[in-house]
Design a protein around this ligand. Structure first.
Ligand code: MN
Length: 238
C-alpha cells in the first residue's frame, strides 16, 4: 500500500529535492492536506492544528486540546527530535522513521514517539467543527457496501474504541477494496499493517479524562456523532 521503498533513495538527494520527495510521499498516501510528515532542517515539526483550540467545543474543549495537543503531542515531537539527533533517522520523513523503527527492539522509543506524532496529527484531522452527519456520497456507498449502513459503521468504530483495553486507537481503514475497523494498542499504527488509515479516534485516557473522566463511551459517541470528519476519510481513499 504505502510506496515507502520507492523513495528510499531520497536520502541521497539534496535537501530541496528531499523535501519534494517527502511531499511525494504524502501524495502516495493520498492524504491531500494532511501534514503528517512535516519536517524541516533535520527536525520533525509539530503540525499546526487544522482549527482553533476552541473550535470543537463542547465535545472537545479548548482545555482538553490545550493539554492534548500543547503538551502530549508536542512532547512526542520534542522527545523524537532528541532521540534521532545525529542518527540515521535524523533526515528521514516521519512515515519512514515509523516504518524503519517498527519491530526493532532497540528502536522502541523512536517508534513510539514517531508513531504517536503521526497518529495524533491524523486524529486532529479526523475531526472537524463541521463534522458528523452524513459522509460524502462516494464514501457512503463504500461504507454501505462494507458495513451495511453508516450507523453500523459508527457502531463498529465505537465498539472498537470502547473495548480497546488500555491505551490505544480505533481506526477506519481501507484494506484492499474493503473498509474495516481495527484497533491498535499504545502507539501502534495501521501504517505498519499494510492497510490505509482513513479516520481515527484516540482512546488514551489523556484524550478524554479531563472532561469525561471514566466515561470513554460518552466521549467516543460524541466524537462520532458531532465531529468525525468524513470528508477527510474520503480524501484519504483518494
Ligand atoms: Mn493522545
Amino acid at each position: 500500500m504505502i510506496k515507502i521503498d520507492a523513495h528510499l533513495g531520497a536520502t541521497a538527494l539534496n535537501r530541496r529535492d528531499f523535501l519534494i520527495a517527502s511531499a511525494g510521499t504524502a501524495a502516495a498516501f493520498a492524504m491531500s492536506g494532511f501534514p503528517g510528515s512535516a519536517h524541516a532542517a533535520g527536525t520533525i515539526v509539530l503540525p499546526a492544528l487544522p482549527y482553533a483550540e476552541n473550535a470543537l467545543e463542547p465535545v472537545i474543549t479548548a482545555n482538553m486540546i490545550g493539554f492534548h495537543y500543547g503538551k502530549h503531542h508536542k512532547g512526542y515531537v520534542d522527545n523524537l527530535n532528541k532521540l534521532i539527533a545525529g542518527t540515521e533517522y535524523a533526515d528521514l520523513p516521519l512515515e519512514k522513521i515509523i516504518t524503519s523503527a517498527s519491530g526493532l527492539l532497540d528502536k522502541t522509543a523512536i517508534f513510539n514517539n514517531a508513531a504517536q506524532i503521526w497518529n495524533h496529527t491524523f486524529y486532529w484531522n479526523s475531526m472537524s467543527p463541521k463534522g458528523g452527519g452524513e459522509p460524502p456520497a462516494a464514501l457512503k456507498q463504500r461504507i454501505d457496501a462494507s458495513f451495511g449502513s453508516v450507523d453500523a459503521c459508527k457502531k463498529e468504530l465505537a465498539g472498537a474504541a470502547v473495548s480497546q483495553f488500555g491505551s490505544g486507537w480505533a481506526w477506519l481503514v481501507l484494506d484492499g477494496d474493503k473498509l474495516k475497523v481495527v484497533k491498535t494498542s499504545n502507539a501502534d499504527t495501521p501504517l505498519t499493517m499494510g492497510v490505509k488509515p482513513l479516520l481515527t479516534v484516540d482512546v488514551w485516557e489523556h484524550a478524554y479524562y479531563l472532561e469525561y473522566q471514566n466515561r470513554r463511551a460518552d466521549y467516543v459517541n460524541a466524537v462520532l456523532d458531532k465531529l468525525i470528519n468524513w470528508q477527510f476519510a474520503a480524501q484519504n481513499i483518494g
